[in-house]
Design a protein around this ligand. Structure first.
Ligand code: MD6
Ligand code: FE
Length: 220
């Protein structure tokens, strides 16, 4: 007998699930952001109006397929001089838009649900993927503080997240991320290689033909 309140198991809200077997340092919170989206989406509109996502250049001079913006005191940027965090948006010379209180609440609650207390992000990277855009395997290592976790919110079209190991050549697990899913990782997994497979064509009911990823970090 099926005692679940949900006819379809796929629709049941899930608690934290390990992102990969054998590690509790990185968790997937299916649908965790959904109750926040009535406030998150208008706030996101304001951010991308003030600081439109743009295709930055890697230190090697390649144009990134993902368009990026930021909110909060610090923003992640890349150009011919390297990767770093900057207080000002290089496109406007102005500070990045402030971090909306609902972003901070969502990030802190997600971190807590994953077992990380006191998360105080000072940077939120806004990544916009059009179909075909991808992110190559990389480590997040431009932050001063590797003791804080990273909280990553997926919105819009589904994506395949690649979650590798400590070495670039380690085989990566493939994890499907949907609108409203949140991934939290830290601790012993903080420096794992990860990336995003090329985004498939599609039209999301709320966000249209794109995926937005919000990545919260404590950078300073
Ligand atoms: C993305 N995410 O999901 C790219 N980094 O669009 C990341 O690079 C990432 O999701 C660190 C932790 C979580 C992430
Ligand atoms: Fe990353």
């Amino acid at each position: 007998m099926n005692l679940s309140l949900f006819a379809d198991e796929d629709q049941a809200p899930a608690g934290p699930a390990p992102l990969v077997p054998g590690s509790s340092a990185s968790v997937l919170l299916r649908g965790f952001a959904l109750p926040y989206l009535d406030e998150v989406l208008p706030a996101l509109d304001t951010i991308v109006l003030a600081a439109p996502p743009r295709h930055m250049a890697t230190p090697g001079g390649l144009r990134m397929s993902v368009a990026m913006s930021n909110c909060g005191p610090l923003g992640w940027v890349t150009d011919g001089r390297g990767y770093r965090y900057a207080r000002l948006d290089p496109a406007s010379g102005l500070p990045w838009p402030p971090m909306p209180p609902v972003f901070l609440r969502l990030a802190r609650q997600a971190a807590l649900a994953a077992g990380y207390t006191g998360f105080a992000p000072d940077a939120c990277l806004v990544n916009r993927y059009a179909p075909g855009a991808r992110m190559a395997l990389h480590q997040d290592r431009d932050e001063c503080d590797f003791t804080s976790p990273i909280v990553s919110v997926s919105l819009g079209l589904p994506a395949t997240f690649l979650f590798g190991g400590a070495e670039r050549a380690d085989k990566a697990a493939r994890i499907g991320l949907l609108h409203g899913d949140v991934v939290v990782w830290g601790g012993t997994d903080r420096l794992r290689f990860h990336g995003v497979a090329p985004l498939k064509e599609g039209e999301h009911a709320v966000l249209g033909p794109q995926r937005i990823n919000l990545t919260f970090r404590k950078a300073s």
